[in-house]
Each structure stands twice: as structure tokens, then as C-alpha cells.
Design a protein around this ligand. Structure first.
Ligand code: MD6
Ligand code: FE
Length: 204
């Protein structure tokens, strides 16, 4: 484990190859029930380059109306599939938080996709961290501070790596600049999957 900044911890190789393959298989089953959708920017409707789906009681969606969590898939209207045990186990071992996550956002990056600098702030419970798991091609992950203009650093997230955004790092700006083409053979067609596990609501 490596501390990149106060509250920002990095776990290289958190999932070994068999665990990555198991998780990938679980994600394939999830996307059969809850297909990847193309999120759009609020107001402008401009599509993200990343496609998404979710598992767990709540899922994060974005469309012209705004960003929000909701219990149904935006295209199928069905509830999101359950979180795999492996995802719940990762939360238990990495979050340091005593309640289960209620959302797991699954981002799929084609080789050319990226994600602009943003904060994860659509949750109510900032006492819970966000736990992130990466599969497939290596990504250049940029992180900064609480102000968009703060200086940034980068770390390469490889298949199987985990990072945790908690405490003073919970609301820092971060994004994905680019993928490293053909850096992993986990996904037959290349690309990258990132899972972010969250506690959205305050515990009852
Ligand atoms: C990604 N990750 O790795 C995008 N957010 O593809 C995130 O946006 C993220 O990794 C909050 C906490 C950890 C993350
Ligand atoms: Fe994020």
C-alpha cells in the first residue's frame, strides 16, 4: 500500500490475475442484465466517451437533466443487478467504513476514451470513501486538490490496482487522461473497466 496524498491510498496489484478474471466474468453477467449506456453531459447533452452501467441498490446516471443516483437502469427501467461478493469483499477490506456500499459505478473505456477532471460529490455521505478497482489496459490517472486549479500529479493504474479516496482526499479533483494501448491482455478487445464503490446515503 502507498499513500499518494493524505487520504489517497494506492494498492498496486490488489487483485491477482485469477481474481481479475473472476471479476471480469461477473461484470459480463452484469452487463447482460444492465447493458452499458452512454451518459450525457447535463444541459448540453454532449455524450461522454466512456460508457457506463451500475450494480447495487443505486446507480449513478447523467443526462440533460443532471447527475443523480437512481434505483433503475435509464434504458431498461429495471433495477440494477446485485453487487458481486468480490466487490463487497473489496469494500470490506479497503474502505474502513462500517456500512456496505449502496452503489457501484462501472465505467468502460474504449482505447480512445478519457474522463475529464471532476470531483465525486453527488453522494450525501462524505465520511465514506470511494473505492476504485481497475481492470484491463493501464490508465494515466491524474489527481490534484480540492480546487480545480491546484497542481496535479499522475499515477498509472494497472489491471488489478485499487485506489481509495477517503478523509481529506474524498473530494479531490481527478480524471483519466488516456489509456496505454495494448498494455493488458485481460480484455480480448483491449480497453479498460473501472469500478467505483460508494456509500451514497447517510447510514440509517
Ligand atoms: C477511473 N475513476 O479510474 C475513474 N472517482 O476510470 C474515478 O473517477 C474515481 O478512481 C472517485 C474515486 C476514485 C476513482
Ligand atoms: Fe471519480
Amino acid at each position: 500500500m502507498l499513500t499518494l496524498a493524505p487520504g489517497l491510498t494506492y494498492y498496486p496489484d490488489y487483485l491477482n490475475r485469477p481474481a481479475q478474471e473472476r471479476l471480469l466474468q461477473a461484470l459480463r453477467e452484469i452487463t447482460r442484465d444492465a447493458p452499458l449506456f452512454t451518459p450525457r453531459m447535463p444541459r448540453t447533452g454532449k455524450p461522454f466517451s466512456v460508457r457506463m452501467t451500475n450494480c447495487g441498490p443505486l446507480g449513478w446516471v447523467s443526462d440533460v437533466e443532471g447527475y443523480r443516483y437512481q434505483p433503475m437502469h435509464p434504458d431498461t427501467g429495471r433495477p440494477w443487478p446485485a453487487m458481486p461478493d468480490q466487490v463487497l469483499a473489496a469494500w470490506d477490506s479497503l474502505s474502513g467504513y462500517s456500512h456496505p456500499p449502496d452503489a457501484c459505478l462501472i465505467n468502460f473505456y474504449e482505447p480512445s476514451a478519457r474522463m475529464g477532471l471532476h470531483q465525486d460529490k453527488d453522494e450525501e455521505e462524505f465520511a465514506a470513501p470511494v473505492v476504485s478497482l481497475s481492470l484491463g489496459d493501464t490508465a494515466l490517472f491524474r489527481y490534484g486538490g480540492l480546487d480545480r486549479k491546484d497542481p496535479t500529479k499522475s499515477v498509472r493504474l494497472r489491471s488489478g490496482d485499487a485506489i481509495v479516496f477517503g478523509g481529506p482526499a474524498r473530494l479531490i479533483y481527478h480524471g483519466i487522461d488516456r489509456l496505454m494501448a495494448a498494455s493488458s491482455d485481460l480484455l480480448p478487445q483491449g480497453g479498460r473497466l473501472n469500478l467505483t464503490l460508494r456509500k451514497v446515503g447517510k447510514p440509517l
